[in-house]
Ligand binder design. Structure first.
Ligand code: GNR
Ligand code: NI
Length: 165
């Protein structure tokens, strides 16, 4: 099932998600729907926050052919180093792309969709995407990392496009 995605500046995107305590069938169904929604969009990642569901669940696939689905439940960054500038976009901020500074390399511990703990190390696009998605679970958008001037311009552009609707 494809779920509707919240758009900036919707205040529900500011909700801090709660940890999942059991990976049960409800969570598994949600993960399946999140993958469908992400692939349909299309995007390379989706956090539960974006579909107005406030549990710590992320899906990612940075491959070209949907061949590397990755689900992270209760993700925690346990190591990070280096610095990278990457042009980011967000399904919740349509048609807006800006460079953001992130750690280049992260080591993350999470549960998979079977509830089993695993660790993953990532850099470049995958590392950036994991950090972008974990931000969503904390109510943070990539635009929060930009200058106040860029944020002001984005808000004005967004208000104008809402008026046209
Ligand atoms: O599809 C997406 N592309 C992307 C590109 C650069 C950095 C981060 C991302 S994530 C984004 C999908 C999304 O909004 N996930 O929350
Ligand atoms: Ni996003």
């Amino acid at each position: 099932m494809i779920l509707p995605i919240l758009h900036y500046p919707d205040s529900r995107l500011r909700t801090v998600a709660k940890a999942v305590d059991v990976v049960d069938d409800t969570v598994k169904t949600l993960v399946k729907n999140m993958f469908e929604t992400m692939y349909d969009a299309p995007g390379i990642g989706l956090a539960a926050t974006q579909i107005d569901h406030h549990q710590r669940i992320i899906v990612i696939d940075t491959s070209e052919d949907k061949s590397q689905p990755l689900c992270l439940i209760n993700p925690e960054i346990i190591e990070k180093d280096g610095e990278i500038d990457w042009e980011e976009g967000c399904l919740s901020v349509p048609d807006y792309y800006q460079c953001v500074k992130r750690a280049n390399h992260v080591k993350v511990r999470a549960l998979n969709e079977q509830g089993k703990e695993f660790e993953i190390e990532a850099d470049e696009l995958l590392g950036v995407c994991i950090q972008h998605e974990i931000d969503h679970l904390n109510g943070i958008l990539f635009v929060d990392h930009l200058s106040k001037l860029k944020q002001k311009r984005l808000l004005e552009k967004t208000k104008k496009s809402i008026k046209v609707l």
